[in-house]
Design a protein around this ligand. Structure first.
Ligand code: MIC
Ligand code: SF4
Length: 642
């Protein structure tokens, strides 16, 4: 029987398990990436493993998130990361070189290899034929130490593309269409493999926009074949030597097939406050906007910015709109600076901001109170922009620029004649902001600023867990709800005691006080609990506050793994109606938990306040049970050495 592309790459990297959906598999990791906001923790964890040099083919540490330096913390972290990279055999991409996913695609991605990154949008490199997966920092630390990555074998969905995108309809509209159909929880436990005749006309950067935002489907990853487009892109990056053809075998089997006719798509828009709240741009056009932002790891390629510049040439940004543009990499910025496109943007009145994540993670450019912000980004969760009552919409750069010029949400098809971007023969290549590891690692001294605090420790779980329900939340709670980001909180990523003060800040201001008074306890969640980012701080900080278990209707993959890695039990209701029975403030007990996890016995929760019992499931593999019983992955690793 023919293999699909996902099966091919998994089988060439398989360490254990069978490629049967739902079974736990372990596979080797060729490359890792970290970014600064998750990287400091990942490297503290790596240091704790006592290994002299990374054991991957390639590891890269990027600085792109914590770029505002309003205090010493972020710069200190950058220096820590640079010295760690020099010492342990890691390449260091300096602040200003670009957003990790964009730079990795340009300079490092290799078709057919595996990449694990401490950022949920790591699947971007799936656009170049890699199996690229986002995970918590601790999983990246283990991979850097040479350990395999464990995951439950996903279902493989073929997204069969046919037809051709019409003028002004873009790759962003393809992924928004998928989000409209599948929703933010529809991809959990799945990989989206793209195929069909429509694939061959999509460029690598268009493919990367689609795989990037596959993260919003909750998918493990997304992948495109490696073909003539891939070869062309790699050649333009001066890396033709790493190209190899890769595609599914004829007759390959899939668990599901989704068909999209590219010719039938229209410009789409995700309305507040979820990336799957999608409708046609034409349905909301005319709405007044205060801000438009172009950039983020979804849409900040050379192509995206050239289109934006061409649309702005000879025009002006609407007087009541603030337009920001943040290029995805220094390569892109340098090229648009040299060819004059940057001048067109500046003349039009755009605010050109740093090559970084910037407004996407609330690092500046918060919209005004109650303001409408239209962004070419991938997430529009409530409050993520830095303004609690802002209304954030997600669109293609084309729709965004049409909107910036008109001052109201606009359908780009009404703008003017289609624009064709002319490409030079090759991209401008200058890797001088990527610092290679030191040839004398023994001489490198790690620079540790005062904000970098040691990792908190967790004890093995006791036989019986008791405590109070500290908080009950609804469906689709994001990691931005649990552990907010933004300019104020992000500098505390290396300091768990300090960052813990902000847990659930935007959901319930009293949460931290309550958790401390009660000496920890439990959380109750709805479906898709913990969707969004890979930030392990959304598990680490609750762990620090004494959270013992989260009982939810279902979990997002990365967050579930992070909970386990930090010794917090992720449990699901056997009967979802019990969610309605249990309340915040109830005292509950999970008796003989350790025994039952080990022996496979049914887990029961005693709600002592309501005097009721109900069943909960865990779906933990034996390995995950051992990790939890040890009090988390670091304790577990220390016992069994990788
Ligand atoms: C995000 O887009 O939410 C982030 C910031 O890139 C996160 C990582 C983090 O919280 O540091 C992600 O997507 O994983
Ligand atoms: Fe950065 Fe935004 Fe991409 Fe996250 S989604 S990596 S914050 S640009």
């Amino acid at each position: 029987m023919g293999k699909n592309l996902v099966q091919k790459i998994f089988s060439s990297h398989l360490v254990s398990g069978k490629l049967k959906s739902g079974e736990e598999i372990a596979f080797t990791i060729d490359q890792t990436l970290t970014q600064d906001a998750t990287g400091t923790m990942a490297y503290l964890q790596f240091e704790a493993m006592d290994i002299l040099k990374v054991r991957t083919k390639l590891s890269v540490s990027y600085v792109d998130h914590n770029m505002l330096q309003t205090g010493f913390e972020n710069f200190d972290d950058h220096l820590f990361l640079q010295s760690i990279a020099e010492k342990y055999g890691i390449y260091f991409s300096k602040p200003g070189n670009g957003i990790c996913h964009q730079v990795h695609l340009e300079r490092f991605a290799v078709p057919g290899e595996t990449l694990l990154g401490s950022d949920s949008h790591t699947p971007t490199c799936g656009g170049l034929g890699m199996i690229a997966i986002g995970a918590g920092g601790l999983d990246i630390a283990v991979a850097m130490a040479g350990g395999p990555f464990y995951v439950s074998m996903p279902k493989v969905v073929l997204v069969k593309l046919s037809g051709v995108l019409q003028p002004w309809v873009t790759a962003k509209d393809v992924i928004l269409e998928l989000l409209r159909r599948v929703t933010v929880k529809g991809g959990v436990g799945k990989v989206f493999e793209y195929g069909g005749d429509g694939v061959k006309r999509l460029t690598v950067t268009e493919r990367a926009t689609i795989t990037n935002m596959g993260a919003e489907l909750g998918a493990l990853t997304s992948i495109f074949p490696s073909d003539a487009q891939t070869k062309k892109y790699l050649k333009m990056q001066g890396r033709a030597d790493v190209w190899k053809p890769l595609k599914a075998d004829a007759g390959a089997q899939y668990d599901e097939i989704i068909e999209i006719d590219l010719s039938a798509l229209e410009p789409l828009i995700a309305r507040p406050h979820s990336p799957d709240n999608v409708c046609r741009v034409s349905e909301v056009k005319g709405k007044k906007v205060e801000q438009v932002c172009i950039g983020s790891c979804t849409n900040s390629s050379y192509h995206d910015l050239m289109v934006a510049a061409a649309m702005l040439k000879g025009r002006k940004v609407h007087p009541e709109v603030s337009l920001t543009i943040s290029p995805g990499s220094r390569q892109v910025l340098e090229m648009i600076a040299k060819n004059g496109a940057l001048t067109d943007m500046i003349c039009a009145g755009a605010r050109v901001i740093e090559v970084a994540c910037g407004p996407c993670i609330g690092m500046g450019q918060a919209p005004p109170s109650g303001g409408v912000s239209v962004r070419s980004f991938n997430r529009n969760f409530e409050g993520r922009s830095g303004t609690a009552d802002a209304q954030v919409y997600l669109v293609s750069p084309e729709t965004a620029i049409a909107t910036a010029v008109n001052g109201v949400i606009s359908d780009p098809r009404e703008f003017r004649e289609p624009i064709f971007v002319k490409y030079p023969k090759g991209f401008t290549i200058d890797d001088t902001m990527i610092i290679p590891p030191s040839p004398k690692p023994e001489e490198v001294v790690i620079r540790r600023g005062p904000n970098i605090k040691p990792l908190p420790k967790k004890e093995p779980i006791p036989d019986t867990l008791t405590g109070t329900v500290l908080l009950k939340v609804g469906d689709n709670i994001t990691t931005d709800h649990i552990m907010p980001a933004g300019a104020k909180v992000l500098p505390l990523r290396s300091n768990i005691p300090a960052i813990s003060e902000f847990v659930f800040e935007k959901v319930d201001k009293e949460f931290v006080k309550r958790a401390k008074e009660k000496g920890g306890g439990f959380l109750i969640g709805g479906v898709n609990y913990g969707q969004g980012s890979s930030r392990e701080h959304a598990a680490l900080a609750p762990m620090y506050l004494g959270v013992k278990a989260v009982i939810a209707k279902s979990f997002a993959r990365i967050h579930r793994a992070n909970l386990i890695n930090f010794g917090i039990l992720p449990l699901t209701f056997e009967n979802e109606n019990d969610y309605d029975v249990i309340d915040q403030g109830d005292n509950i007990e999970l008796p003989e938990i350790k025994n039952k996890l080990k022996s496979g016995g049914a887990l029961v929760i005693n709600d002592l306040t309501k005097n009721k019992k109900f069943g909960v499931n865990h779906a933990l593999t034996p390995r995950e049970v051992d990790i939890l019983c040890a009090g988390g992955l670091l304790n577990f690793q220390a016992r069994c050495k990788i």
